[in-house]
Design a protein around this ligand. Structure first.
Ligand SMILES: Nc1nc2c(ncn2[C@@H]2O[C@H](COP(=O)(O)OP(=O)(O)O)[C@@H](O)[C@H]2O)c(=O)[nH]1
Ligand SMILES: [Mg+2]
Length: 378
């Protein structure tokens, strides 16, 4: 796996921090790269102007979901976990991992229709399996489905019965993973053999109204509220921008890009992928093709990006992400294994490329999960 580290930037002007030359931009006295990564840093020049950072984003699930899943964990109930196979990249909130890691989990990987027919179920599944395994979660099974195309939804029903052990079932997932769409499909073939109705009721000790579907006289399937998307691009931009520029309606197609050393590709006012070191980087980019991109030298990127946040030449630009202190820059030092890897920016898209020891820069909105590993498509 490539080695990730944060490239320290001034949280105000975005200049890459350095402590070698007082006369050059980004100067910061006595910078210790090992100890300073958690602190909000400013270059000397911005520090003197006392620029203030907006703080970090929450990384936990809501209290109600916590209460409900705590109960599911005590009773060792089956968790049905819906994921958006395009937006997913393996970043899951640590609190959620702790709650579910020892429970039986059925992963319902939705939106398979966003991949081409040639993108095999097996490759997608082993990508998902790998990401969960890294978090010490071994699911009972991963089922690729499409609620839109009613693909493999019946199998979900069969597998729920197989794994639930006559207990309650908790249906979870992030907002917009397609939980409601999947449940609507499931309900098409659902027969209520109990004396109880499908209802929405306030789960004890919470304020959450859960859709409750009777499975037999004593047990139910509960649909939890969707987890927030504060670690995904989808949750950090306005809804209209997410709908138009991030969500996909048709299968994602690869765009071939080649970067030379010190070149980068800017994705609207959302992200940047650059080659900091290495002969060249040829990658396939899987993003919504409405996102406008521009290739440029890394030395031009900072000014361009900052100007674009105001001028909005390259779209989209979100009004919620208007300063450099809304972004983080990371670098991946790739190994030299000549294998296909992917780097995915949660909720935005992913690139695949052959690792040849390159150092790759990735800039994305602060708080957004970025992940490198085996590719989901080959
Ligand atoms: N392409 C595609 N989009 C889907 C699929 N299932 C749901 N969606 C879309 O994903 C978005 C969120 O779906 P929804 O069911 O409301 O998700 P929830 O928030 O998890 O309940 C909506 O725009 C759906 O149209 C699917 O199988 N394929
Ligand atoms: Mg819903």
């Amino acid at each position: 796996m490539g080695k990730l580290s944060r490239v320290l930037r001034c949280n105000n002007c975005g200049e890459i921090l350095q402590s070698n030359d007082k006369t050059k931009p980004g100067y910061i006295p006595k910078l210790d790269f090992t100890n300073e990564t958690d602190r909000v840093l400013y270059c000397e020049s911005c520090y003197q102007k006392k620029m203030v950072n907006r703080g970090f984003l929450a990384k936990e699930i809501d209290d109600d979901s916590y209460t409900i899943l705590k109960k599911a964990a005590i009773e060792r109930c089956l968790i049905v976990y819906a994921i958006d196979t395009f937006a997913f990249n393996g970043i899951i909130k640590s609190q959620l991992i702790e709650l579910i890691k020892d429970l039986p989990i059925l992963i319902v990987a939705n939106k398979k229709d966003l991949f081409l027919a040639k993108d095999s179920d097996n490759t997608l599944k082993s990508f998902i399996y790998d990401r969960f395994k890294e978090l010490n979660i071994v699911p009972k099974e991963i089922i690729l489905v499409s609620a839109n195309k009613n693909y493999q939804i019946d199998l979900v029903k069969t597998k729920i019965e197989e794994y639930r052990n006559q207990k309650d079932v908790y249906f979870i997932g992030e907002r917009a993973s397609g939980k409601t769409a999947i449940i609507n499909c499931l309900l098409k073939n659902y027969k209520n053999n109990t004396t109880r109705n499908i209802t929405s009721f306030i789960y004890p000790n919470t304020n959450s109204k859960l859709l409750t579907i009777p499975l037999d006289e004593n047990t139910n399937l509960y649909e939890l509220p969707g987890f927030n998307l504060d670690d995904s691009c989808l949750g950090l931009v306005e809804k209209n921008i997410a709908n138009k520029y991030l969500s996909l309606k048709t299968p994602v197609k690869a765009k071939k890009i080649k970067l030379l050393e010190d070149q980068c590709l800017v994705f609207g006012g959302l992200a940047m992928i650059g080659l900091h070191q290495g002969k060249s980087l040829e990658f396939k980019a899987y993003f919504n093709d409405k996102i406008e991109t521009k290739k440029m030298g890394l030395d031009k990127e900072r000014i361009f990006f900052k100007t674009n946040l105001l001028k909005k030449d390259l779209r989209p630009v979100s009004d919620l992400l208007m300063d450099f202190d809304n972004y983080d820059l990371f670098q991946y030092k790739m190994e030299n294994d000549n294998k296909l890897h992917e780097i995915a920016i949660k909720g935005l898209g992913f690139i695949t490329f052959i690792a040849k020891g390159q150092i790759i820069y990735i800039m994305a909105p602060k708080g957004v999960g970025i992940k490198e590993g085996t590719p989901r498509v080959i």
